[in-house]
Design a protein around this ligand. Sequence first.
Ligand SMILES: *Cc1c(COP(=O)(O)O)cnc(C)c1O
Length: 394
Amino acid sequence: MVEERLKFIEEEIRNLQESKLFINIRTIESPVDAWMVVDGKRVLNLCTNNYLGLANHPVLRQAAKDAIDRWGVGPAAVRSIAGTTSLHLELERRLAAFKGVEAALYVQSGFCANQAAIPVLVGKEDCIFSDRLNHASIIDGCRLSGAKILVYEHANPEDAERVIRENIGNYRRGLLVTDGVFSMDGDIAPLDKLYEVAARYGVLTMVDDAHGEGVLGRGGRGIVDHFGLHGKFDIEMGTLSKAFGVVGGVLAGKKLIIDYLRQRARPFLFSSAVTPPDTAACLAAVDLLESSTELVDKMWANASYFKGEMKRLGFDIGQSVTPITPVMLGEVAVAKEFSRRLFEEGVFAMALGFPTVPRGAARIRVMISAMLSRDDLDLSLAAFHKVGKELGVI
Ligand SMILES: *Cc1c(COP(=O)(O)O)cnc(C)c1O
């Protein structure tokens, strides 16, 4: 019997179920790798953001184990209060060097990084210019700042310029913030043009490179490197939980800004640090990326093969220019059935529908990674071919 005051929750959950928006989360019973045990079945993984296969990489596993022996398992405090380990500082130095910026701040997650940075840069008297399709963590960071949020059309520098021109005079200062790679479509922000516009009006700039780090740029140095905009974008925010395979967020940029974030960013000041084993594993990931581009190259080769073959089979794979491959299916029901059938065929690829993507634009999002062998890719292509024919999609 649900108590009276909790009845609204019961009702909300029923609404979610009835409108098919209730999320049923599958259970993984193996490390995240090319093949995983999901809900008791061994399936090929086309779902995770483990672009380079680092989440279960032997070098990272070893680094984490060694760090436990040296440092223990927990940070036991907020870094600004009880001190910060040299391990965390070392990671920050290495990330800054990898990305070609003056300084970096390592925080608990990418989500946290957006909450940490945006409210420090702008407040009530300011405004934010935000891409229509920006990630939820950017939107929440913007809301938290109290600044006026002004949305411009997706990846559209002309519209960004219009919104800046019409509004900037009414505020103390402005911040332009955009995803680098948009994770639902795999397209990228025209960062060079956005920078020109922002620079013309003296607007601060920030890019969320969560899906670009370890993916775009030379050896995975990210979207700023991809566009050759070093020293221009004020803040690069990133995550160590996608291509880097571990966990944590990073804010990178000029030393002045990073030093200030250390004084003011609330998730840094009021929440404990990432654990030593995680931090050490991140360091090992940076080592790997700096020592060789092999994994990044393999991921791109896999993406190019898979996307070419999917097009040849007759699938609509949208506008992606990254390893994120949306397989456009239209109605949610079709996408869900497609995903269910793929799972039966031993391929784990999730269906995404409204409200994650617009109505009528439901899709299966395939995340191509360096983990996959040519045989794995051929097996998944065969499954897409079979199910696509069966459901009349191709
Ligand atoms: C995943 C993601 C984040 C959050 O990163 P976490 O490290 O998982 O918290 C932030 N922004 C974008 C664009 C993302 O895709």
